[in-house]
Design a protein around this ligand. Sequence first.
Ligand code: SF4
Length: 696
Amino acid sequence: MTLTMNTQCPFCSVQCKMTVEIAPGEARQRSGFQATGVPNAASEGRLCVKGMNAHQHASSRDRLLYPLVRKNGELVRASWEEALDTVAARFSAIQEAYGRDAVGVYGGGSLTNETAYALGKFARVALRSRYIDYNGRFCMSAAASAGVKTFGIDRGLTNQLSEIPLAECIILAGTNIAECQPTLMPYFIRAKENGAFIIVIDPRATATAELADLHLQVKPGTDSALVSGMLKVILDENLIDSAFIQSRTTNFDQLKADLLRIDLEGIAELTGVSVEQIRAAAVTYAKAGTGMVFTARGVEQHADGHMAVRNFLNMVLATGKIGREGCGYGAVTGQGNGQGGREHGQKADQLPGYRSIENENDRAFVAKVWGIPPEELPGKGVSAYEMMELVYKEQIKALFVMGSNPVVSNPHASMVEEGIRKLDFLVVADMFLSETAKYADIVLPVTSYMENEGTLTNLEGRVLLREAARPAPGETLHDWQILCSVAERLGRGTYFPFKDAEEIFNELRKASQGGIADYFGITYERLRREEGIYWPCPSTDHPGTGRLFERSFAHSDGLARFQTVPVASQGEETDGEYPLIMTNGRVLPHYLTGVQTRRSPVLAAKFVESFMEIHPLTARKHRIEDGALVRVSSKRGTVTVRSRYSDKIREDTVFIPMHWGDAQNVNLATNPELDPYCKMPDFKVSAVRVRPLAEE
Ligand code: SF4
C-alpha cells in the first residue's frame, strides 16, 4: 500500500509544506517517492528541485544508523549506553581538569526550535559552560543585530510574503532568491505583472537579476556606499517622507548632515555603478507609493555587514516605506530554521525569546523558568568563529557539535580544521559522517526531517509545526533526546524531563513570554489547526502578528533609529599579488556545506563538483582556460576548483560556491575578519590570485 506522509522541506527558510508518497516496499530506497507541495503553505503549493528530492538524502545508504566510538583510531559501532556514558564521563573529566568553560557547544540553524532551545539550556544548565554559539552566526547575525538596533526587534520579514505583489518597487540586494529560495520567485513575478519596478543589486547577473528592470552590478563590498548615494539623491530631490521621519523615528538630522557631504561621483567610482543608475534606482524607489527592500548574505557577510544593513534600513525609514501594506523590509534567511534557530538561546549572547544574557531581568526570568538560581547562569560566551579560535588555542578542550559542519563552514578553514584535530574530545551529532564528524571521538546518529517532530519558524516569522512522517530508522535518536540523556548522566536530568518535542515547546513558550520573540500564545494544538502563526503572539487568543510596526517600533519609546554609516568599501583590498576579489554563495541544488544535498543523487548530479565563475576577459589575462583546474589563493590558503567562463560576473571578481569541503572548500581562502557589532566574518570579499593548476 502506498504510504502518504505530510512533512516540510528542510532545505531553506521558506519551509515548503509537502506530502511525500512512498510506493510499497520503498521506504529505505531512494526511488519510489513522489513529493507534492501543499497549496496552503508559504510556497502556495510549489516545491523546488531541492524539496522534490529531499527524501533522497533522508533515505540515503550513507545515513548513520547507530552510534560510533573511536577505538584504536577507528570509528566503530557502539551501543547508545557506551557512547553516552563516554560523552558524559569525558566532558566531566575535562571540566574537572580545566574548568567548565573548557567544553563548548556548537549548534546549527537547521535544528528545530525545540532542539535549539534544549541545546542552549544544555550548555548553560547541564554543562554550565559559557561557550555556545552556532552556524547561524554566519547567516543572519548582521541583519539580526541591525534590526534590533534600528527597529528594536529582529524578524526576517516585517510583512507576510503575500504582500510582495502589492509593492510598486522592490529592491533585492545581495540575494539570489531564484536559486536560494526558488518557490518565492512567483511572488516577485506577480509583483512585476502588477507593474512593480524591480531593482537587483548584485555583482553577478544571477538568475534573480533576470527579473530586474534595473540591475546595479555593484563592486563586491560596496552595497552600503551605493545606498548612501541613493539616500543622497532622495534627500537632494526632497523625496523623503518628512511626516514619517518626524513622528516615527529619531536621529535623522545626524544622518542628513552626513549625507549632505557625500559626493555622488565618488560613490559611482567606488561602487562601479553610474550616477545615472544610482539616481534612477533612488528616485524610482522613493517615488513609488509602496516598496519593499530585501537583503541577504551579499550585503550582510562583511566585516561591517551590520552597518551595511542599517544603511538599507535608513533608506526604508527615510521614505516611510514600512508598517503599511506592501511596504517593509526582509532579511532573506538562508537556513531551514534560520529565524527560529536564533531566537531560543543558541547564540552566545542570548537566552530564549531573544532575551539578553547580559540583562539582569532577562537572566532572572529565564533562570526562574529553568528552576536554577540566576547566579548559576553562565555569562556571555563568544561567537562561532571566536570559539574556533579558542579551540585552536587549546583553551576549549572538548566540543559538542550538533547539526553543523564547522570544518567546512568557518572562514580560514585550515586553521579551524587544525584546531578541531587538536581537541581532547569531539562529539558530533549528525545524520552523516560529515567533514567534521570524521574527526570525532563519538558520532551520534540523529533523525532527519522526515522522522523528527518539531516547530520551525520560516523567514516571515511564521511558526510551523512539522510532524514526524515515519519512525526513526535504525538506532537513530532525536537531537533533543540525546541532550536529555547526556544531561541525565551529568547529574542534571531533573532539568531535562522532556518526553516529547511538545513538552520542550511548552517550556520554550514560557521562557519566551514577554520577550522580543514571544511564542507564548502558540501551541501545538493551534499549529495543527492553523496554517502557522506569526510571532509575536503573546496569548493563546492572539492571532499572531503578520505585519510589524504599523503603529510603533519595538524600542521603548516606539521610535525607529536612523544610523549614520561611513561611506567606504568593505573587505580586503586587492593588490598586485592578489588582484581579484573572490566572493561566494549558493547554487540551486545544494544546501549549506552540502553534507545532505551531496548525498542526494539527483541534486549531486546537477553539480558534481565546485567551480570558479570568471569573466572570459579576466580568465585570458590570467591564462585560464574554460574548464581548467585552477588554484585560487588568498593570504589564508588555496582552493582548487574548475574554471567556468561567464560574462555575467564583473571582470574584477570571481565567484566560488560554498557547498564543498576538502580542497574545493572556498573557506580555505575566505577572510575571518569579524564585524565588531555582530561577529559576522567577512566571507564575501577576499583578495585572491588565480593560477592554472598546470602552472603550479
Ligand atoms: Fe521550498 Fe526552500 Fe525546500 Fe525549495 S529548498 S522546496 S524553496 S523549502
